[in-house]
Design a protein around this ligand. Structure first.
Ligand SMILES: Cc1cc2nc3c(=O)[nH]c(=O)nc-3n(C[C@H](O)[C@H](O)[C@H](O)COP(=O)(O)OP(=O)(O)OC[C@H]3O[C@@H](n4cnc5c(N)ncnc54)[C@H](O)[C@@H]3O)c2cc1C
Length: 354
């Protein structure tokens, strides 16, 4: 394991923002992970676990301790089928989209709508990655972790991960405790693609035959590219962390209040049913209807010209500038609509952050 010092984190994130890591290591095995943790403990250094850097806003001052990049490789298809399911054990350091591509090629359904999401496999359970009607919690069978509290490798079953919308124990109750080493997905062999999401249905409108998994993957990537949600080299709308805010989940009463405010302005708020009688509201709509249109500029930062929910680094942006725009948007949305928007990316290296 190579221990490096003062490594720029900007280059390791999709936002291309952030100062240096005081110490940096890349771990390609569970043993490397344990060695890195022992080093951090011996020097009383704070530890930050890095995957593909696609859901992070790193402070301009960087990270004062050790950054551990999990680079454990391997996509292994297990022979044992489980009720028509094919099981894949995937190293946390693998590219998520490479795994999706292999699963689709193997005609295994369950992750095709999650095509084109950047980042590592190990990052997917953390916020229960989801898009176009699928979430990883539907196909994750178990997660192998290094438990820093118990000092040992453990296997967590799906139920133990506490998945819900953009959330799991890894980013809430047990944040910082587990380092994800490997994820096991159970996919449906020969399964049909999941075509519930409106954008996808529209894409295939007028077609007489049902699209297959590969066509669905291509459609998702195409839709994502149009929205600036696919990393495309040279596209200025791609220097982001994807959606900057989660879609707020409102109680019936909160939703009624929002509807009243919208009706007074002649609008209908796009919303969808969520668990326990709640409703999920489009954060992109709230942002746009608060005066932050696509292409909105604010110095080196702005809003993607393709999607109102992505704050983008237009070149040379600092994390302080991103946070200033975030604050401005949160303040306006709350003032006009009475709704608090929660940021989706992990904010790293700030006093109030990780
Ligand atoms: C253009 C774009 C589009 C996106 N679209 C979507 C989308 O449609 N849906 C969606 O849900 N997300 C989306 N994202 C966000 C992001 O891609 C996902 O959340 C992704 O899973 C993050 O993985 P990562 O490896 O990059 O994690 P990182 O950004 O490196 O880390 C994110 C968090 O996970 C933790 N973490 C990472 N790896 C591990 C590990 N091995 N063990 C323990 N903790 C770990 C980190 O400590 C940090 O807290 C998008 C981002 C971009 C830039």
């Amino acid at each position: 394991m190579l221990l490096q010092e003062n490594v720029s984190l900007a280059a390791l994130t999709t936002f291309r923002i952030g100062g240096p890591a005081r110490f940096f290591v890349e771990a390609s095995s569970a043993a490397d992970v344990q060695e890195a943790i022992a080093f951090a403990q011996s020097k009383s250094l704070p530890l930050f676990v890095l995957g593909g850097g696609s859901n992070l806003l790193v402070a301009d001052s960087g990270w004062p301790g050790l950054v551990l990049k999990v680079a454990i490789p391997g996509i292994e298809r297990r022979s044992g089928d489980d009720g028509g399911k094919v099981v894949f054990d995937v190293g946390a350091g693998e590219s998520w989209d490479r795994f999706v591509s292999q699963a689709v090629m193997a005609r295994c359904a369950g992750v095709e709508c999650l095509s084109g999401i950047p980042g590592s496999v190990g990052g997917t359970p953390v916020q229960n990655v989801g898009a176009y009607g699928q979430e990883v919690s539907e196909t994750i069978a178990s997660v192998e972790v290094f438990d820093r509290k118990a000092g040992q490798v453990r296997e967590l079953c799906r139920e133990a991960c506490g998945f819900s919308y953009r959330s799991s124990i890894f980013n809430t109750s047990e944040r910082g405790r587990f380092i994800i080493l490997r994820v096991t997905y159970a996919l449906q062999s020969g399964g049909e693609p999941h075509l519930e999401y409106a954008d996808l249905k529209r894409h295939f409108e007028g077609r007489e035959t049902r699209p297959n998994l590969a066509e669905t993957r291509e459609a998702v990537r195409h839709i994502r590219a149009r929205k600036g949600m696919l990393i495309v080299a040279g596209d200025p709308d791609c220097q982001s962390a994807g959606s900057f805010f989660k879609n707020p989940v409102l109680t019936e009463q909160q939703h009624e209040d929002l509807d009243r405010r919208a009706a007074a302005k002649g609008f209908t708020v796009p919303s969808y049913p969520a668990l326990e009688k709640n409703r999920k509201v489009s954060a992109a709509w709230l942002v746009e209807k608060s005066g932050f249109a696509r292409g909105y500029g604010f110095g080196h930062v702005g809003i993607s010209s393709k999607h109102a929910l992505a704050i983008v680094n237009r070149g040379g942006a600092t994390s302080a500038e991103v946070l200033a725009l975030k604050d401005q948007i949160q303040h306006r949305v709350e003032e006009i609509w009475g709704v608090h928007l929660e940021p989706e990316p992990v904010i790293v290296g700030f006093c109030s952050g990780q």
